[in-house]
Design a protein around this ligand. Structure first.
Ligand code: AMP
Ligand code: GLY
Length: 421
């Protein structure tokens, strides 16, 4: 099987590494890729935002399976174009990708499916903003209704800061979603979904804020770990039956079945799980740790999902132990990152590449906000965490920053679902 992976982040590096180990894979390419994927897969040029270009590349390279990593090509219709070219594609149609592309669409699907989520209002007229905000109590949650790479959300106790963020979005022509605040630990649950068949992967936890102790602005994700030692062993199955399966069934009912990876971002509140968002693709950085623990050949699972035979697959197998990843971000991230700095230690063990490229002189240099995702594994979370941070010590990038507390509270037993009131 010839597999083409579309994207250029650490998520795609992790996918490429896992697919490369699948005995059924005979050729592997990544487009446009980065300096890390180039060491494992053929590197092909691609404008990922252009669905016809994705399909043409897949045809020209004679792909048997295309795996689309990021949301932007999916929302633009890359999977539709690849399937129209007669090639199986892991990734939902543009119509099904709206579950991520429009938060108000996702809210509508959840309401119809009876899935618990934060209460919300959409504001598209600045004249209605103050009255809408007044309906909420602090902390305020203000979101861009469309795609914003995880950076369109402000959660704040401060009414004026909430209003300022909403005004900036509205001034830019973006409808704003105001939400009630959900209190409790967050969980990222990835599910392979093929119509009404839902297969959960390991629940993981992501760290969205840029700084230690969840300080500073939101980012695309600064680190992650799995499994969740504080969660009940039945959590994934419980979330499939209360959240993901009803949503998958509702997408089928609407005539836009979901095929690919449906990612539920949830908060486990005192009143039960509530959805923050859905994504239509693997999450970054959670993929780096979930795939580090996966034992079932990945390409086979993705092909089964893409061809509608997921229900026939045997149960997914996992390694014992735990995995932790820590993201190394460029100076300035999540604002404007400084680019072009030489990275030392970029080819170290467990170092996955995100925003990197190889310069003509052979040096690996930074080329994005999130630059590397360093992964450690171990018999338990503490050992995995120790390995990730040891590996990180061998990496050097001028001006870069990372969180020092990824998985720390879980190791210390400080994470818990709030008790019902
Ligand atoms: P989103 O882009 O919707 O995933 O939001 C990014 C991050 O903001 C989430 O991972 C949460 O940490 C936080 N967040 C978003 N919505 C809420 C909410 N309703 N209550 C509490 N935290 C939230
Ligand atoms: N880890 C958050 C995301 O992929 O959206």
């Amino acid at each position: 099987m010839r597999v083409l992976v579309v994207g250029s982040g650490a998520r795609e590096h992790a996918i490429v590494l896992a697919v490369a180990q699948d005995p059924g894979v005979t050729a592997l390419a990544c487009a446009p890729g980065n300096a890390g994927t180039a060491a494992v897969a053929e590197q092909l040029g691609l404008d990922v935002g252009n669905p016809e270009a994705v399909a043409a590349l897949a045809r020209g390279w004679r792909a048997d399976l295309v795996v689309v990593g990021p949301e932007v090509p999916l929302v633009a219709g890359a999977a539709d174009a690849v399937r129209a070219a007669g090639i199986p594609c892991f990734g939902p149609s543009a119509a099904a990708s709206r579950i991520e592309g429009s938060k108000s669409f996702a809210k509508d699907v959840m309401a119809r499916a009876g899935v618990n989520t934060a209460s919300s209002v959409v504001v598209d007229n600045p004249a209605n903003l103050d009255a809408a905000l007044a309906r909420f109590t602090p902390p305020y949650v203000v979101k861009d209704d469309g795609l914003a790479a995880g950076k369109g959300v402000v959660v704040t106790e401060d009414f004026d800061a909430a209003r300022a963020h909403a005004s900036t979005l509205l001034d830019g022509g973006h409808p704003v979603l105001l939400e009630s605040f959900l209190d409790g630990p967050e969980v990222s649950l990835f599910c392979l979904v093929d119509g009404e068949t839902v297969v959960p992967l390991l629940p993981a936890q992501d760290f969205k804020r840029v700084g230690d102790d969840d300080s500073g602005p939101n980012t695309g994700g600064m680190g992650a770990y799995a499994p969740l030692p504080w969660a009940s062993p039945g959590l994934a199955d419980e979330l499939v039956s209360s959240v993901v399966a009803p949503v998958a069934a509702e997408m089928v009912r609407r005539g836009t079945p979901f095929s690919g990876l449906l990612y539920a971002g949830l908060v486990l509140t005192a009143a039960g799980p509530a959805v923050i968002e859905f994504n239509c693709r693997f999450g970054d950085p959670e993929t780096q740790i979930v795939l580090a623990l996966l034992r079932t050949p990945l390409a086979r699972l993705l092909l089964a999902t893409a061809t509608g035979t997921l229900a026939d697959e045997p149960p997914v197998q996992w390694a014992d132990g735990a995995a932790v990843t820590v993201v190394v971000a460029a100076e300035g991230y999540p604002g404007t990152p400084r680019l072009g700095d030489v990275i030392a230690g970029a080819d170290g063990e467990g170092v996955l590449h995100a925003g990197t490229r190889r310069r003509d002189d052979g040096a690996v240099v930074s080329a994005g906000g999130r630059v590397l995702s360093v992964v450690g594994t171990g018999a338990d979370l503490e050992a995995a965490r120790a390995e990730a941070y040891q590996r990180l010590e061998r990496v050097h990038l001028a001006g870069s920053h990372y969180r020092t507390d990824i998985a720390l509270r879980a190791v210390r037993g400080e994470v818990a679902v709030p008790a019902p009131r």
